[in-house]
Design a protein around this ligand. Structure first.
Ligand code: DP6
Length: 360
């Protein structure tokens, strides 16, 4: 699969709109993306559940510039406040997408954005944020080049989101999205995410994700630094192979609803991600003591009740607790009564698996 299919044809129409808005969700990986090469090409395939209520809502306002200028013109407004700090990131993103969307030079933009999850909650907003911007930019392209198919629209939006943030390419659709070529997943690609194409058992429909906010501070390791840790990492190659194997194992599990095997793979992936950070140079411990306490409590609760809940982690201390919908009441009670004390300011978010981005 080459990126050339996303080079634009000549734009035939002028834009009549002045803005587009999208609400795009966050996602939580079951098989983790950790390590990339070139421009945002993953070293291994990953799969994630798309979330529902953790979303970024973005309105992209645009206006034609009078003269050609060398640089991009973007202003970022987050929760009503001008955030010049985010603009460098958008400039980098625009320079990456320029050959696929040359019009980004011809307009001045205001990116007006809000997150449904609390600011500084430690939840990464880059996936939801870049997927929302990518979709707004695709709407611009569709007006200038009518007749784009829905498939092309979604694939290119995911391709563009990936150039902002890798995991962002998994946030457009739901409930399960694969990114990265895998021999057993038809249509899978390194350059955009695809909806998981095979049968998914009832057990995994409407899966729940409770996000326990153990550490709401700034990320200790930025994603760029983190992914770079996999270059020359002593265990890199076996980790990348393991991700391929784990994804292959997940296909029959997702079909037959085997929750025990699902738990085994998901927890192992989370711990492996952290093991990669523990064993890289420089090395990092991103879990906090309360992360471990929560994991122990989850294991004890699972042993005692037989309820098939499990945890996963991002590159940080927060814990995602995943469980089937029919245990919602019990698990939410357990979280409130036993796990919330390990969360900073007792904060947690109850979310569930969703179906992807929405045009507003
Ligand atoms: C640990 O997508 O944030 O959450 O491509 O540099 O933006 P960039 O990285 P990012 O990495 C996410 C890593 C992860 C695992 C995952 O979501 O698969």
């Amino acid at each position: 699969m080459t990126s050339t299919k996303f080079l634009p044809a000549d734009y035939t129409q002028n834009l009549s709109s002045t803005s587009f808005s999208y609400a795009s969700p966050s996602n939580i990986a079951l098989i983790k993306y950790w390590g990339k090469q070139g421009i945002q090409i993953p070293k291994n395939p990953s799969i994630s559940f798309t979330l529902d209520t953790c979303r970024t809502t973005t309105t992209l306002h645009f206006e034609k510039r009078d003269n050609y200028k060398e640089d991009f013109e973007v202003k970022v407004i987050l929760d009503g406040k001008h955030k010049p700090g985010f603009e460098a990131k958008i400039h980098q993103f625009f320079s990456r997408i320029l050959q696929y969307m040359p019009f980004v030079k011809e307009y001045k933009f205001i990116v007006e954005t809000t997150n449904s999850f609390p600011h500084s909650s430690g939840i990464a907003s880059s996936a939801s944020g870049f997927s929302a911007i990518a979709l707004c930019l695709m709407e611009m392209e569709r007006e200038m080049q009518p007749g784009l198919t829905d498939t092309y629209f979604t694939q290119k939006a995911s391709f563009i989101a990936r150039l902002g943030s890798g995991s962002g390419c998994r946030s457009l659709e739901g409930p399960l999205v694969v990114w990265g070529e895998h021999s057993e997943i038809e249509g899978s690609s390194d350059i955009y995410g695809v909806s998981y194409p095979y049968e998914v058992h009832e057990n995994f429909k409407d899966f729940q994700d409770a996000i326990l906010l153990v550490d709401q501070g700034e990320k200790q390791v930025s994603s760029t630094v983190g992914h770079n840790l996999m270059h020359n990492h002593p265990y890199a190659e076996s980790r990348f192979n393991q991700a391929h194997e784990n994804l292959a194992k997940l296909i029959p599990i997702l079909k037959n609803g085997d929750l025990d095997s699902f738990i085994h793979i998901v927890e192992s992936e989370a711990l492996t991600l952290h093991a990669m950070m523990l064993t890289s140079s420089p090395y990092f411990i991103l879990m906090k003591p309360n992360t471990l306490k929560i994991i122990e409590e989850i294991w004890e609760y699972r042993r005692e009740t037989g309820i098939p809940l499990c945890f996963t982690l991002d590159a940080g201390a927060n814990v995602h607790v995943l469980f089937p919908k029919n245990y919602k009441n019990e698990v939410q009670d357990f979280i409130k009564s036993s796990l919330s004390e390990y969360c900073q300011n007792n904060r947690y978010i109850f979310d569930s698996v969703g179906t992807g981005a929405i045009k507003l």
